[in-house]
Design a protein. Sequence first.
Length: 69
Amino acid sequence: MWVPTQDEAILMFARFLKARHGTAAGNFARKTAKTLQDEGDPEGHKIWNAVADIADRPQPPQLDRSKAA
């Protein structure tokens, strides 16, 4: 059974948020991070800020696989 590492989970969730919230994904993750910080969860705050950092990155161009031979 595959269990994602923390870094893999952060990347997967950032991609999910970008798909669901588009350009607002980073803001959504940062609000969640702030809520966790206010509730006394520094580890959750750190992880959600990492999600936001990835969600705020521009997406690299996608490869057009329909033209692959």
